[in-house]
Write a protein that binds this ligand. Sequence first.
Ligand SMILES: C[S@@+](CC[C@H](N)C(=O)[O-])C[C@H]1O[C@@H](n2cnc3c(N)ncnc32)[C@H](O)[C@@H]1O
Length: 192
Amino acid sequence: MDLAERRGMETDVYQPATDSRLLAEAAIDRLSDRPTGRVLEVGTGSGYVAGQVRSALEWDVVASDLNPNACLEARDRGLDVVRGDLVEPFGAERFDAVVFNPPYLPTDPSVERDDWMEVALSGGPSGRAVVEPFLETVRRVLRPDGVVLLLVSSLTGMSDVTELAGDAGFSAIAVTTESFPYESLTVLELIQ
Ligand SMILES: C[S@@+](CC[C@H](N)C(=O)[O-])C[C@H]1O[C@@H](n2cnc3c(N)ncnc32)[C@H](O)[C@@H]1O
């Protein structure tokens, strides 16, 4: 499924899809092995992933997004929501885990549209335009034993993402993968 097909959803807020469900299941599985803590979902969209984690685990859950419409939708689920760019609004060492299903589809700049679905889906020409600054900054908000759970598509370049994660001081482990005709989706656990 390409960007144009995903665009069939004429909405301002990304609605839960296969990638959202894969990330929510992996986050619940991985975080249930750890003591209760505080988790941030970056790019929460509808709030689905954060809501699933909050229902399944006794963790404090915070959600954030750049898109004000997403923030309102996530708030309607009863989530604590902060509007902002990636982890910029948050202080140092605030979270035991950060989860993110980023915009990851490689997109030709000449067909980019100026709307919130583009912000939700487009990862720029490489697919890594948002993943890269996320990996460069996320460590600041993690407690010393905190982890990241990051959804990565084969379209985004798995080895490029694991290399960027390594540059940012993380080791990456694939915790789950699902394959589809057009891409495979993996959740990486990034450990400091
Ligand atoms: C693929 S959607 C995922 C939505 C939701 N987490 C899910 O899995 O269904 C990516 C989300 O990231 C948000 N986003 C994109 N760039 C962002 C940024 N720089 N800071 C915060 N959120 C961002 C988008 O608005 C969108 O809601």
